[in-house]
Structures are given as structure tokens and as C-alpha cells.
Design a protein around this ligand. Sequence first.
Ligand code: G3P
Length: 226
Amino acid sequence: MLYLIDTANLDAIRTCCEYYPVAGVTTNPTIISRENSDFKTLVTSIRSIIGDERMLHVQTTATEAEDIVKEAEMLRSLVGGKFYIKIPITKEGLKAASVCKSHGIGVTMTAIFTQPQALVAARAGADFVAPYINRLDNIVSDGVHVVEEIVDIYRLYSLPTQVLAASFKNAEQVHKVSLTGAHAVTINPDLFDTLLYHPLTFYAIDDFAKDWENVYGEKKVSDLVK
Ligand code: G3P
């Protein structure tokens, strides 16, 4: 399962790429608007931080197929590299998805809440679908279960579309999604930190340091193997 980060904050992207195994960045209009800065500069800066090999998913704000395709073309030329246009799952979006694919543009169909939406998106040629876990959980549905069934359906029909689960609020949701065989998750940078957190890890590191110091004092491994 790949990890992407769901943010347009340049500092956070820089830090995550330095420390974590980040396969790419996803954005949407809400995430972009949080940065309240020049859009063109923002997306090109994201690309220069992550490089051409990591994925960059940028969402269209157009609603008609023709306009979505136009935005996809423009964004692809602007950011280059591994680029995916994020298109919400609507009738116009599906039409645009097929055209984008025929033009060789990567497509992520987003705002997915049901299994049938995901199957239709796959048949339209989407590379990824992005089901929203926490938003489903918030309405007493079961986001993880929806992802599980989407993964099963894709396997059943040997569809190449990958599941990029989105909208997470806690580590348990990410863990449960990892058990479904989903191909990727996109999470906010804070959640990445949370995935690593366990108090016993800190206690263990502390104990190692104390035990070492009792015998070797201030000396480090590097001092002793010189
Ligand atoms: O990528 C979609 C995701 O950003 C939605 O997340 O936290 O707004 O439900 P959230």
C-alpha cells in the first residue's frame, strides 16, 4: 500500500518527503484554498519539491466534460511528471475521464462514496478511485467496508484501476484499510506522525540509551568502531 499526502502545504510536503516514504501528493480545491496563495506557483512548487517521479493529483474545478479536459491538458503541461487529474464522479466527469485517458492523461475519480460509483469509474478507464473513508464513517456508514468491497469487485473483474483511499481522521482507519488490499492511501501529514507513535517505542529507546550509557558513558557506536 502506497502512502500519499493530502496537503498543499509546501513546508509539510518538504518535511514528509524528507522523512517518510511518500509516493505522491493529492490536493483538492479545499486543500488548495487553505494555502490562500497563487495557484500556479503553488502547484509548480509542489512539483519541484516532490520531483517528477512522485505522483501529483490535482483536482479540476470545471463541471462540464469539455472544460474538465481543457483543465486537465493545461495542468498536465504546467506540472508535468507523474500527473493525475482528479475528477469528481459525475456524468460529465465520466465523459471527461474517458477523453483524458484517450489523450494519455492519468485520471483519479474522486468523491467516491459507493461501490457502484467505483465500478463505473473503473470501466471509464480511471487509473485511481478515491473513496472517502471518514466522511462515510461520519454518516454511520462504514468507509473501510466500502473500500473492501471495491477492492473485491476490481479483483473479481480483473480491473486495473487502483484504490486510493482518502479522507482519514485516525490511524485505525488507515490500518483497517491496509487490510483490505487497497493500493494506496492519502493522509494528512499529522496522521503520518500518528502512524509512528507508540509510547512503548519511546520507552524502549529510552531504556536502550540508559543501558548503553551505564557501560559506555558518553561514547557512541561510531566512537567505538573508529
Ligand atoms: O482527498 C480527499 C480528502 O481530502 C477528503 O478528506 O478530510 O476533507 O474528508 P476530508
